[in-house]
Design a binder for this molecule. Sequence first.
Ligand SMILES: *Cc1c(COP(=O)(O)O)cnc(C)c1O
Length: 338
Amino acid sequence: MKNADINYADLPRELLGFFPTPLIELTKLSQKLDGPKIFMKRDDNTGLALGGNKTRKLEYIIGDALAQGADTIITAGAAQSNHCRQTAAAAASLGLECHLVLGGQEPNHANGNLLLDKIFGCHIHWAGSNRKGEDIPKIVEQLKKEGKKPYIVPYGGSNERGALAFVEAFRELESQRQSMNISLTHIIFASSSGGTHAGLMLGNKIFNTAYQIVGINIDKGETDKVPFDQYIVALANSTATLIGAEYDFSASDLILNSDYVGEGYGVIGTLENEAIAMTAQTEGILVDPVYTGRAMGGLIDMIRSGKIKKTDSVLFWHTGGAPALFAYADNLEVTQQN
Ligand SMILES: *Cc1c(COP(=O)(O)O)cnc(C)c1O
């Protein structure tokens, strides 16, 4: 691989967030678990409309939309999609019309991310069981008939440009890590549409760091057309091609841990409840019920079960999501962690 050939500085990028996000150490959580050093990359603080990992991806994706002359943005997600909320905010800030195709039926009361989508003034299309954007093509046709120039932001912002944002994020991390003079063995994060995972895998190669890049799988993926593990590997490869990196990832390069999917997407169990309470009560930091609570629960379990050792040094990549806490209030069981 020729590092010198890697170039993405020429790809359009629209600045939407505040970077770098902080890199902090969670000493009290580590003590509580009698575990390894734990660091946290605070992408819950990306600065766009309550933050999250989609802000990074949208900088490159919306950059492309503007370069193509789009005036309307359309994307899809769950009713409590953090991706849709950040897309709605980005569109509002740039004067673009925004359409969201959300799974399920319209609830009686908008709360959490959905409330914010409405505040950002976007058009919401309820899609029932088509929760991954199956309805987008027909809405795009309609928008074109109305004379608009729609641009489709992929589900979860997970295409090559979205994944590329996490190569850039990896560069940001490495620069912070070196100036803080710390070492890492693992990066742990919630993996759901694959862009974060593909980008971090690629960054790990480009920067020659050899960390264990451990995605905690969030969704059982029962409706996926392409199995999720294959999707991530293919996206890592096509992202490498986009930026001129000569890598050929195969299934054996991927670490996708599916031990914690529980009852499926968005179903909160003991794992998530404990992780939410423990992170809040030891560190004063919020993780969310759907993604980061599950991933943090996975990290806690891997430390307790010895899969991650006391001598390791772990980075938890906080990908955001806390606005969903309010929408899931009735499903949460908050316990006192003494
Ligand atoms: C979208 C999202 C993820 C997953 O990132 P992908 O790149 O889609 O795999 C994790 N955490 C939160 C809070 C998210 O909104």
